[in-house]
Design a protein around this ligand. Structure first.
Ligand code: 4AD
Ligand code: MG
Length: 432
């Protein structure tokens, strides 16, 4: 065996004899040649086995090797004759470590989505899924880097919680040593407490919504990053969301070109993600809907259809702010000049992708917040700790939550969020 390298490192080993360890992705043969496409997680490499270069036994081996066999293949690295920047291996040795015990269920032919979802643990090996999850990883690390570099402190929020943050209709309830507890819908309330301790805080973790709706944007378990900043108002919140989103998209464009190409993503839309983003009020959004022939009146909430219509009017992410307070969660601060409106904002992704960020300025007045908890029909006791944040040195503050999966769907140009998370949890799916 020669030096073991990863496919992604081949460029720096041209002319050397190396060993790749991976699985057979695909195979073509033509008389004197076997083209073995080998994947090792870092990329795909065409390994060319020429009959004249290897013992007859090895060539016969190359003929029999099946899709998804685990293997080691050794040979000389060379640049592809026609594709600059693509490297292949001129094979001298092939070792099959394990052949599949049955035919691999995912063949190159088309399969239905349910079949693929049932085989998600295997589907992850395919090129598209590989590209999507590599981009997801880049987005997540760009998200962390952004907040870490901007002096935020990571404060992990709990997953078992005693209360609701985003309404009681989609809570997952569980038994917590004989008491009811809920899987967290959002870490926001904890980040508000953290903002008083660290000034700038963020959490990043899984969040849960027992969504009864089957849409292309809803998961039961999704990942959300939630920054919260002391002494920041709604305008500052919008500035932060804008700067943050530009930096994440830039990072994917600079680091994950190859993966975007695999997905045939038209990146011209992503190149346009530059400041400033248009900012419109909720009332203006209602006008846009009506002008587009979609009847809407003040007081209507926006669902996926409405967001798609509104966002299609713009070529970059759009911020919609000042929704009627009655449409929003209990914690929003009211606009001083029109108390019927919330100091909130949603960021809608372009190309019809809809809401990817929700956030705004929080109610910092103790009495008004107590009142809001009551009018939303929420039990008071589990919120006592949260009210303490107003009792002891209350301060203006704001923040937002970005949903990772909806952002991945948009950046990758995917119609549905189910492929944006390794193992999706949806209304009818808990497996694999
Ligand atoms: O708008 P939401 O519900 O806001 C909050 O949870 C706030 N507490 C966040 C905050 O201010 N700290 O959710 C925020 C984002 C949405 O814009 C969306 O991207 C994503 O979370 N999201 C979902 N993603 C997938 N499936 C679902 N069921 C989602 N619900 C929300
Ligand atoms: Mg929202």
């Amino acid at each position: 065996m020669s030096k073991v390298v990863r496919v992604g490192e081949l460029a720096s080993h041209v002319g050397e004899r190396v060993t790749l360890q991976g699985w057979l992705y695909n195979k073509r043969s033509s008389g004197k040649l076997h083209f073995l496409e080998v994947r090792d997680g870092s990329g795909l490499c065409q390994c060319v086995m020429f009959k004249g270069d290897v013992p007859a036994e090895t060539f016969a081996h190359g003929d029999r090797v099946q899709q998804e066999s685990a293997l080691r293949v050794t040979g000389i690295v060379r640049e592809h004759a026609k594709l600059q920047g693509t490297f292949e291996l001129g094979v001298s040795e092939l070792e099959v470590l394990a052949a599949p015990t049955a035919e691999y269920p995912i063949s190159p032919k088309d399969h239905g989505t349910d079949f693929l979802m049932d085989h998600r643990h295997l589907w992850l090996r395919s090129r598209r899924q590989w590209a999507i999850l590599r981009i997801r990883h880049e987005i997540i690390s760009a998200v962390r880097d952004y907040f870490d570099k901007h002096d935020f402190t990571l404060v992990d929020a709990p997953i078992f919680t005693p209360s609701a943050c985003e309404g009681t209709s989609n809570l997952f309830e569980t038994d917590y040593h004989g008491e009811p507890a809920y899987l967290t819908q959002s870490g926001q309330l904890y980040m508000e407490a953290a903002a008083a301790a660290f000034g700038k805080a963020y959490c990043f973790g899984p969040t849960f919504r027992a969504e009864k709706s089957k849409t292309r944007r809803h998961l039961a378990e999704f990942w959300m990053v939630e920054p919260e900043v002391a002494f920041m108002d709604l305008e500052g919140d919008m500035n932060l969301a804008e700067d943050f989103l530009c930096s994440v998209v830039q990072r994917v464009l600079s680091e994950r070109r190859k993966e975007l190409e695999v997905l045939e993503r038209n990146t011209s839309f992503l190149e346009k993600v530059q400041k400033p983003f248009p900012r419109i009020t909720y009332h203006r959004a209602i006008e846009i809907l009506n002008a587009a022939g979609h009847e809407a009146k003040v007081g209507d909430d926006f669902g996926g259809d409405e967001e798609t219509i509104i966002s299609k009017e713009f070529d970059r992410p759009l911020m919609v702010h000042h929704y009627p307070i009655d449409l929003k969660a209990f914690y929003f601060k009211r606009d001083a000049s029109d108390p019927s409106l919330a100091l909130n904002m949603d960021v809608l992704a372009p190309e019809g992708y809809g809401e990817i960020i929700g956030g705004g300025q929080r109610e910092d007045d103790l009495v008004r917040l107590e009142h809001a908890i009551e009018t939303h029909g929420l039990p008071r006791a589990p919120f006592e700790w949260y009210l303490d944040v107003r009792r002891y040195g209350s301060f203006p503050h704001a923040g937002f939550g970005l949903g990772i999966e909806r952002s991945v769907a948009w950046i990758c140009g995917l119609p549905h969020v189910r492929e944006t998370i390794p193992f999706p949890r949806m209304l009818n799916r808990l497996s694999p």
